[in-house]
Design a protein. Sequence first.
Lengths: 183, 182
Amino acid sequence: MRNRYSLPLIGLHWLTLLLIVVAYVLANLLEDMTLSPQKLQLYAWHKWVGMSVLFLLPLRLLLRFVDRFDHRTELTMLEVKASAAMHGVLYLLLIAVPVSGWLHSSAAGFSVVWFGVLPLPDLVGKDKALAEIFGELHEVSVNLLVVLAVVHAAAALYHHHIRRDGVLVRMAPWIKKKVQAKT
Amino acid sequence: MKLFWLGILALSVAPALAGEWKIDSAKSQIGFVIKQMNVPVEGGFSRFDVHAEFDPAKPEAGQFKVEIDLASIDTGSAEGDAEVKRPAWFDIARYPKAGFVSKTIKKDGPGRYTVSGDFTLKGRARPLLAPFILTPQPGGGWLASGRATLKRSQFDIGGGEWADPSVVADDLEARFKFLLKP
């Protein structure tokens, strides 16, 4: 019996984290920049990275769906329900954050051309008021995503260090399971 | 003597050929599309004036003049609007206006023409070609709509750190729509 998720799923999980960190750092840099060629470049990269998060998600959900690994092992009923709810909300936010950004770009009249090659369709027409609303939604949803991702990581660390079970190791198989080291 | 008769001829023919048309600014547009990071971004100018003189039976003999108030630019973002007024771009303090004066008009087909002339921007006059179509309007006026491609580097627009065409493209397309009334 395998004690971890499939390797492609593990790869996509950590890749998504990396992409979100990059997009988040770029967004924070952009906020303090005055208009310059660098700013236009960073803006584009931010959008490309964000769209990558969105486009990787269906693949991730598919892999999660077909993975035979039983994630309920070592969990109480309450934990099974709580983690399912948390994962569901995280997945929703992984859609909401990039989609609100995409909507914001469309409404602002600055479309997204993924990696400068693939033009993505505008989801709405140019509309300043709408652009502001989607901009707000983008910010609120990303802040929520960051908070929940921290809770998600804290729960994994709780399992690893306090409960000393294999929950973190499922997604990070390079880490030695604590309980094995102790007994 | 020959010149005198030519002069008489010109005086008698010119008014017939050169009907002057008034621009309906509210229903006219000057816009442009320029790629930024390979993304086509639309912009435009809200204040411009058009002087159009032509005989609908023979527009090839007509003349067009366009003057654009560069401060009226909309680049799609407030920070873009502020940036393009600076010396690296339009340098609006020194060159507040851009203008086009037609030299020749060629007939390409029924209702289709190409006007060529000089476009002056930032003190630099460069030849410009603009194919356009002329459509009669219900009220007795004409709609002239067309496009022209130009390069910003020809006019020293956006030099220095902005020169890199992979960020802001060198090529841009201007689009115009003029509703001309009798």
